[in-house]
Design a protein around this ligand. Structure first.
Ligand SMILES: NC(=O)C1=CN([C@@H]2O[C@H](COP(=O)(O)OP(=O)(O)OC[C@H]3O[C@@H](n4cnc5c(N)ncnc54)[C@H](O)[C@@H]3O)[C@@H](O)[C@H]2O)C=CC1
Ligand SMILES: O=C([O-])CC(=O)C(=O)O
Length: 320
């Protein structure tokens, strides 16, 4: 059986890490693409030279021409710019929207059957625009954010409770911005909801709220430390988990920015919700019940994403 083909559109910090992880996991042959000629070729060659040491088999190539992504099974999009300290993700909208238009055209022409995972920020608006620019089926275009935000929440919880990260589950839904919605009721330690752990005296409500706020600020905390850009190891690992679920038809239950057609009362927008990802792309959207406070927080987050989509339409009226 021929190997899968994985196209990485954008070969910066996340793109390079994606290529390394996809190689180590033998997910398929990898094409790195970037407009900065030399970078994708150099990173591809460097990672390929690690393969005899690590013992993985994958062809890695770099390109600055979209024809190289022809027939890709998966495209992971990180093309664009990242924020620096003092900026919000939303400040990237104007410049990255133009990048999504080019990327969408390239995918439409050369990889119309691919499963597309968008990472570029501001995530929910960019994946929405990318789907429209590419014209690919909505279930085959998805945004990565919830897996990352939930991983951050899981790490902070495992540290707080001194338990293995493997025994912590978490759901962070809504938009990938300051209004994201970490759900304590649907996040667990060994299957026990955090709200029960508060009742059991394992953690106070106030301390849990601090951990939730640190999760919301997780991206900014790293931007503040790195100063030159944003997180890339955990974002890459998160997108690889989604790609693997598609390629191996694992049907993982993962929070992703998915196209909504009325679920959660939202229409024609991408927002973070629990999904099932398998060979059919986003195969199912899981609608959990919200209590009043959760509903209000989710609606606030959706309103913020809607504002960003409107800002996109103001720049690119064809998106309407
Ligand atoms: N969704 C999420 O959870 C996360 C999203 N991000 C976002 O991911 C994006 C990428 O982050 P990094 O890899 O750290 O940035 P980076 O700056 O290291 O890499 C971006 C790459 O895109 C390339 N590029 C720019 N315009 C292009 C175009 N028109 N066509 C093709 N390539 C183009 C650049 O040459 C550069 O190599 C940023 O927008 C960042 O905000 C970052 C972390 C998490
Ligand atoms: O914070 C940023 O700009 C990058 C990002 O989305 C994250 O790490 O969550």
């Amino acid at each position: 059986m021929a190997r899968n083909k994985i196209a990485l559109i954008g070969s910066g910090m996340i793109g390079g890490t994606l290529a390394h992880l996809a190689g180590l996991k033998e997910l398929g042959d990898i094409v790195l693409f970037d407009i900065a000629d030399g970078i994708p070729q150099g990173k591809g060659l460097d990672i390929a030279q690690s393969s005899p040491v690590e013992g993985f088999n994958a062809n890695l190539t770099g390109a600055s021409d979209y024809s190289a992504i022809e027939g890709a099974d998966v495209c992971i999009v990180t093309a664009g710019v990242a924020r620096k300290p003092g900026m919000s993700r939303d400040d990237l909208l104007g410049i990255n929207l133009k990048v999504m238009e080019q990327v969408g055209a390239g995918i439409k022409k050369y990889a119309p059957n691919a499963f597309v995972i968008c990472i570029t920020n501001p995530l929910d608006a960019m994946v929405w625009a990318l789907q429209k620019f590419s014209g690919l089926p909505k279930n085959m275009v998805v945004g990565m954010a919830g897996v990352l935000d939930s991983a951050r929440f899981r790490l902070f919880l495992s540290q707080e409770f001194n338990v293995s990260v493997q025994d912590v589950t978490a759901f962070v839904l809504g938009g990938h911005g300051d209004t994201m919605v970490p759900l304590a009721r649907y996040s667990t330690i060994g299957g026990i909801p955090l709200t029960d752990l508060v009742k059991m005296g394992w953690v106070t409500k106030e301390r849990l709220e601090e951990i939730i706020q640190r999760t919301r600020d997780g991206g900014a905390e790293i931007v503040g430390l790195l100063k030159t850009g944003s997180a890339y190891y955990a974002p890459a690992a998160s997108a690889i988990e989604m790609a693997e679920s598609f390629l191996k038809d694992k049907k993982r239950v993962l929070p992703c920015a998915a196209h909504l057609t009325g679920q959660y009362g939202v229409k024609d927008m991408y927002v973070g919700v629990p999904t099932i990802i398998g060979a059919g792309g986003v195969e199912r959207i899981i609608e959990v019940e919200f209590n009043k406070a959760e509903q209000e927080a989710f609606e606030k987050s959706v309103a913020s994403v809607a504002g960003l989509c409107e800002a996109c339409v103001a720049i690119a009226p064809s998106l309407k």
